[in-house]
Design a protein around this ligand. Structure first.
Ligand SMILES: Cc1ncc(COP(=O)(O)O)c(C=O)c1O
Length: 319
C-alpha cells in the first residue's frame, strides 16, 4: 500500500484535526518516513533539477541538503520575529520551504498576516509551499494560528513527523499535499518500489487505539512547558536575553558575534554541556550568532542541575 496503512492514515487525519486544527480528508493524507524522507520524495517526484527553492535563513539544513542533492538551487530568505520575510522571496521560485509553527531554529511563530501573504503570493506566482510542522503539537500558553495547509490546500504541502513528539527511530511521518503532488509521489513510489515503512505506522496506530497518544501528548506538553518555564526563569533572573515564542522544545539565546558563539560552544563542551550554535543552521554565510538551547532531551532534575552552569556560559559579557 504505497499511500500508507489505511488505519494509520485515519489516525493521522484525527490527529491533525484534534491537535493541529487541520480538517484534511483521509484520502489526501499519505504516510511518509518522516519530514526529510518526504522532502527527498517530493523533490524527486514533483520538482525538477535546476528549480529554485527559497528556504528560511537560518533554517533546516537537512531539507536544504536534500533539495541541493536533488539538483535544486537553494536561495536563502531572511526571517524576523514574524517568520519568513515573504516580501524577500525572489521571483521565479518553484517552491518555498518554511516552518511556520515554530521557525527552526529561531523559534518564532509565523504571524497570521505573513501566512496569508505567503499563500496569496504562492497562488499568484504558482509556487509550492512546504509547511514543515515538525513540533506544531507543542504549544503552551499561546493561541493557535491558522495552518498554511488550511488556508491554501491547493498550493501547500503539509509535512508532519513523530520525530519530536515520540522518537525519530519510528521513522513515521505524514504529508497532506495538493492532488498533483500526492499523485506524483505515489507514481515515484510505484516506479522506485519504495514506501514508508509500515512498522512505525503500526506503532502509532496502536498508541492511538487506546488513547495513549493523546495522554502522551498532554503529558509531554505539560512537562516541556514546565521545563521551558524553569529555563526562561533562570535566564531572566540572570539577565540573559532569549528569543522564541512559547512553543516547541528549544529557545535561542542571541549573541553578539560568531566568535562569541564559538567561545560559548567550547566553554559548554568543557563544562559538560552540548550546546547548538546558530552558525550551522545557515545555508549561506551566517549573519547572526547565538545558541539554541533544547530542553527535550533531559529531565527536569537534570535541567535543574545544569541551569547554573548554563546561565554562566550564556550570560552577556564584554569583549
Ligand atoms: C525543522 C525540523 N523539521 C523536521 C524535523 C524532523 O525530521 P524527520 O521527520 O526527518 O526526523 C526536525 C528534527 O527532528 C526539524 O528540526
Amino acid at each position: 500500500q504505497r499511500a500508507g496503512l489505511p488505519e494509520y492514515r485515519s489516525v493521522i487525519t484525527q490527529h491533525l484535526l484534534r491537535h493541529r486544527g487541520l480538517d484534511a480528508a483521509t484520502q489526501s493524507v499519505l504516510a511518509t518516513g518522516g519530514t526529510t524522507a518526504a522532502v527527498v520524495e517530493i523533490a524527486a517526484a514533483a520538482l525538477r533539477p535546476g528549480d529554485v527553492v527559497a528556504v528560511e535563513e537560518p533554517g533546516y539544513q537537512r531539507a536544504v541538503r536534500a533539495f541541493r542533492y536533488a539538483g535544486m538551487r537553494v536561495v536563502p530568505v531572511g526571517v524576523d520575529g514574524e517568520g519568513l520575510r515573504c516580501g524577500d522571496i525572489p521571483p521565479g521560485v518553484a517552491a518555498v520551504y518554511c516552518s511556520p509553527a515554530h521557525q527552526y531554529p529561531m523559534g518564532c511563530r509565523m504571524s497570521a498576516s505573513r501566512r496569508v501573504a505567503l499563500v496569496e503570493r504562492a497562488r499568484a506566482d504558482g509556487f509550492l509551499v512546504f509547511e514543515d510542522d515538525y513540533d506544531g503539537e507543542l504549544r503552551y500558553d499561546v493561541a493557535p494560528l491558522p495552518m498554511l495547509a488550511a488556508l491554501a490546500p491547493d498550493v501547500v504541502v503539509h509535512l508532519g513527523t513523530t520525530s519530536k513528539i515520540l522518537t525519530p527511530t519510528l521513522g513515521a511521518g505524514w504529508m497532506v499535499a495538493p492532488p498533483g503532488v500526492a499523485s506524483a509521489v505515489l507514481d515515484y513510489r510505484d516506479v522506485t518500489g519504495t514506501r514508508a515503512s509500515p512498522a512505525g505506522q503500526r506503532v502509532l496506530v496502536e498508541l492511538a487505539r487506546h488513547g495513549d497518544l493523546g495522554r502522551h501528548l498532554r503529558k509531554l506538553r505539560r512537562e516541556l512547558s514546565e521545563r521551558r518555564s524553569m529555563l526562561t526563569g533562570a535566564l531572566r533572573r540572570a539577565g540573559v536575553p532569549y528569543l522564541g515564542d512559547d512553543a516547541g522544545a528549544h529557545l535561542v539565546v542571541p549573541l553578539e558575534s560568531g566568535d562569541g558563539e564559538r567561545r560559548r560552544l567550547a566553554e559548554g563542551r568543557e563544562r559538560g554541556l552540548l550546546l547548538d550554535g546558530l552558525g550551522r543552521h545557515f545555508a549561506g554565510t551566517p549573519h547572526a550568532a547565538g545558541i539554541a538551547v533544547g530542553y527535550a532531551g533531559c529531565s527536569r532534575a537534570e535541567l535543574r542541575q545544569v541551569l547554573g552552569v548554563l546561565v554562566e556560559v550564556l550570560r552577556p559579557r564584554r569583549g
